[in-house]
Design a protein around this ligand. Sequence first.
Ligand SMILES: Nc1ncnc2c1ncn2[C@@H]1O[C@H](COP(=O)(O)OP(=O)(O)OP(=O)(O)O)[C@@H](O)[C@H]1O
Ligand code: SF4
Ligand SMILES: [Mg+2]
Length: 341
Amino acid sequence: MSEAASDQPILTVEHVDVTFTGRRRHIKVKAVVDVSFSVRPGETFGVIGESGSGKSTLGRAVVCLLRPSGGKILHAGVDPFKLTSGELRQHRRAFQIVFQDPNAALDPRMTILDSVCEPLDVAGLGTAAERRRKALEILDRVALSEELVHRYPHEISGGQKQRANIARALVLEPRLIVCDEVVAALDVSIQADMLNLFADLQREFGLTYLFISHDLRVVAHISDRVAVMYAGKLAELAPADQLMDAPLHPYTQALLSAEPEPKVPEGGVSRRIILKGEIPSPLAPPPGCRFHTRCPIAQAECATREPEWREVAPGRFVACHFAGKPLPTRGSVPLNGSAAI
Ligand SMILES: Nc1ncnc2c1ncn2[C@@H]1O[C@H](COP(=O)(O)OP(=O)(O)OP(=O)(O)O)[C@@H](O)[C@H]1O
Ligand code: SF4
Ligand SMILES: [Mg+2]
């Protein structure tokens, strides 16, 4: 987790939508809908949510691999989508992404050293000798020895490949790195080492992370603040410790209660909330609150009225009609019955 962060955002996401158009043009996949948040330099901003909730789509839009269909993304105040293609190429060096699959960015026909030199070669930075020296320095920093860097991807382990991917991103001296499920494909025994490496690199290079994962513990461990995504929208945003100690949105509460050792809420008893059903299809999201088809406390109005994204305490945002408020008592019937056991 980072030490300090200034107030000037390095990343601003304002009412961003990302819609994919299918081969048949009338088919629209609304993968990200009206998402807003900002990230301070030096911060680790976690994004959590089930498979298909839109995390990777959001991460790819943040580094300009996808163009939002609505809203705005600003990099330290600059709209990257308004730059010329030459300016954008240069600008994007500062905003990198590392993917879940350690093989994704490594060419099987190139040695690890050549793969890490490649972004510098493409950018034409310095002489060939300088680029090689820089790549070796960064590879050493991510603990890949000189013996390993002359090997090909198939000759090293998954963890070592992921270190090479981090080196490929770092070599361009980025300011922000989107880490998309970067430890998910790795053995549990080396996940902690990798998370420590990310934390060390952040301190050393002053990095900002957008840290995407479906694993709440991983995100809470490394993040300063965490956003919870559900079916393309944000459900909750809070400082990591507050989210873990006192989640406000019923979906976050369900995610936390599914942990092997769910926390006992203040003044309450520990209970496991079993969510019924699947995350809704982005082709036809439910009306009203997107979570109403699975929410254990959903009321009739949840099926028709969409909750506002509101700040319920300084720095704590939630999209639920009833978060922090009593449920209606008269004439109210939970839509889904009690899902708690
Ligand atoms: N290129 C695409 N074309 C059409 N639909 C897409 C495309 N990419 C993603 N989607 C859809 O957008 C939705 C969000 O996908 P996304 O990959 O962002 O989810 P995710 O939260 O990263 O999931 P996971 O945890 O499985 O990685 C999904 O329904 C997915 O099928
Ligand atoms: S608005 Fe209603 S359905 Fe949505 S999370 Fe809140 S209580 Fe549940
Ligand atoms: Mg993903």
